[in-house]
Design a protein around this ligand. Sequence first.
Ligand code: HEC
Ligand code: HEC
Length: 132
Amino acid sequence: MHNASYYKGLFFLITCFFITLLLISPVAQTDSAKKILDKEEEIREQMLQITQELGVTCAACHEVNDFKKASKPSFQIAREHLKVVQLLNSNGFDGKHGPQATCFMCHRGKLKPDYTEALLKKALKISPPHNK
Ligand code: HEC
Ligand code: HEC
C-alpha cells in the first residue's frame, strides 16, 4: 500500500509535467506571429476600403502578381494621398469629434475626383456669363 506522501509526490510530479507542457507549447510563441497577422489584417482592411472609396479594383494600383511592386503611377499617388489622409486623421479629422478623413471625402467613389466642379460653380456665381 502507498502512503499519503506517495500520492502527494505523485500529484506534484503530474502537476509539474503539465506546467512544463504549457510552457513549451506553441501558445508562448504565437505572440509575435499574431502581431504580424494583425498588421496584415489591417493592411487588407485598409486596401479593401480604399478600393471601394475610389471605385476601382486592386489592379488600379498594383501589379497583381506582385503586390510589393511600386511600378504603377497610381500607386505612387495613392501613397502620397495615404499620407495626406493620415495627417488629417492625426490633426482632428479622426471621426471622434467630427468628420473622419478618408479617400472618399475627395474621391467620392471615383479614381479621378472631379475637383474642378465646385470651383467652376463658384466661379460662375461670382462672374456670371455676360450674354447681352
Ligand atoms: C488606390 C491605390 C491602391 C489600391 C486600389 C489598392 N492598393 Fe494596396 N497598396 C497601395 C499603396 C500605396 C500601398 C503601400 C502602403 C504603404 O506604403 O504604407 C499598398 C500596399 C499593399 C500591400 C502591402 C504590400 C507590401 O509591401 O507589403 C498589400 C498586400 C496590398 N496593398 C494589397 C492590396 C489589395 C489586395 C488590394 C485590392 C483589394 C489593394 N491593395 C488595392 C495602393 C493601393
Ligand atoms: C484632399 C482630397 C483628396 C484626398 C483625401 C484623397 N485624394 Fe486622391 N486625388 C485627389 C485629387 C484632386 C486627385 C486628382 C489629381 C489630378 O487629377 O491631377 C487625386 C488623384 C488620385 C489618384 C490618381 C488617379 C489617376 O489615376 O489619375 C490616386 C491613385 C489617388 N488619388 C488615391 C487616393 C487614395 C488611395 C486616397 C485615400 C488614402 C486619396 N487619394 C485621398 C484628392 C484627394
